[in-house]
Design a protein around this ligand. Structure first.
Ligand SMILES: *Cc1c(COP(=O)(O)O)cnc(C)c1O
Length: 380
């Protein structure tokens, strides 16, 4: 008899495929540098693109609010966990996105599950870019709507699928900046196609906020399509440097989420202190342009240096600069060799990325210095 809970076989298979995942224990905040096993490493794999996660103003705001509100929020937003810090942050995020309302979620993963489930179900259809983040894919699958994936950043492929869909509601879902590739969705083209087919466009710009757009408004701001994206998702754990996520949109959208988004309703609110720290981070993110400018300089320096040495770079103008390796074992071995040389860079393997496209996902941050980039290129 086969044992239904023989977990060892699946674990052994994953190990044998060189896809086994392991965590490193960080002994200090992972910023420009990381400290692992007593070894100082230059960190090129975080998502703290503006270097705000450990900023003294955020830490001060966090401590002050923790003195006032304690640590735990004690309940969900709809019961008694919704503090004035949460409320103020929602208002500030709405203004930042140029939308009537915004709603905080405890994580981006939950925001994506919640929004898709609240907007579509049986009798509807959801259309997703093939390379969307796992949370968007999971949200689409869990919604009960018909689920289709179109070719990566390919508006014509989407149009063909929309034309053939005879359903009540059509929701088109895309990453703004693709998390494992660093390229950006063609939002104006996607919006055109959505408008032609009476579909709604939902953009998850987890990696664009803070980085793209004049004031860090993300790819929607950078591409001038604010009014054409009815559902805009951002996360707070990347360039904002804190934790959590938000959805920005119309009053009706936000009320719909408050009433129907289960991952909003049935979970504990973020700690108020996280909201307070995010209020501090939003000011820095919006006003202190030098971080975005410095980051753009580092990206250009990396791409130039890498191209001069003949590395195959992906088509990315964002801080996500993956080096495509292909083979899982080879990507892992490279990552381990870089670790020995003092660089923290993760090997991203299937199922996070498609088969045969394992890569070193190099990410840059405003906390890096030009010499760090040069050292990285030398070592690669
Ligand atoms: C990181 C990420 C998420 C998940 O956000 P969390 O707040 O970390 O749960 C969602 N979407 C995209 C595109 C992401 O990169």
């Amino acid at each position: 008899m086969t044992q239904p809970f023989d977990l060892s076989a699946a674990l052994a298979e994953r190990r044998q495929l060189r896809r086994y995942r392991q965590r490193l224990e960080q002994q200090a905040p992972a910023g420009r540098e990381a400290l692992v096993d007593g070894q100082r490493l230059l960190n090129f794999c975080g998502n703290d693109y503006l270097g705000l996660a450990n900023h003294p103003q955020l830490v001060t705001a966090f401590k002050k609010a923790a003195d006032e509100f304690g640590v735990g929020s004690g309940a969900s937003h709809l019961v008694c966990g919704h503090s004035h810090y949460h409320h103020a942050l929602e208002e500030q995020l709405a203004a930042f996105c140029g939308r009537p309302r915004a709603l905080l979620f405890s994580t981006g993963y939950m925001a994506n599950l919640g929004v898709i489930q609240a907007l579509v179900g049986k009798g509807d259809a959801v259309f997703e870019d093939r390379l969307n983040h796992a949370s968007l894919i999971d949200g689409g699958l869990a919604s009960g709507a018909r689920f289709r994936r179109y070719q990566h950043v390919h508006a014509a492929s989407l149009a063909a699928q929309l034309a053939g869909a005879d359903v009540r509601r059509k929701l088109v879902v895309t990453d703004g900046v693709f998390s494992m590739d660093g390229d950006v969705a063609p939002l104006a083209e996607l919006a055109d196609v959505c408008e032609q087919h009476q579909a709604w466009l939902m953009v998850d710009d987890a990696h664009g906020f803070g980085v793209l757009g004049e004031h860090g408004g993300g790819c929607v701001a950078a591409q001038g399509v604010q009014a054409r994206v009815p559902v805009l998702v951002g996360t707070l754990g990347k360039a904002f440097g804190t934790f959590g996520a938000f959805v920005a949109g119309s009053d009706e959208l936000i009320e719909t989420l408050i009433q129907f988004a289960r991952p909003y309703i049935y979970t504990t609110a973020l700690p108020a202190a996280v909201a307070a720290a995010t209020l501090a981070s939003l000011v820095l993110l919006r006003e202190e342009h030098w971080r975005r400018e410095k980051l753009q300089g580092l990206i250009a320096r990396f791409r130039l240096g890498a191209a001069q040495r003949g590395f195959q770079l992906m088509d990315s103008a964002t801080p996500i600069q993956p080096l495509l390796i292909g083979d899982d074992g080879e990507a892992l071995a490279l990552s381990q060799r870089l670790l020995q040389r003092g660089f923290l860079i993760s090997a991203i393997r299937p199922p996070t990325v498609p088969e045969g496209t394992a890569r070193l996902r190099i990410t840059l941050s405003a906390s890096h210095e030009p010499e760090d980039i040069d050292r990285l290129i030398e070592s690669l």
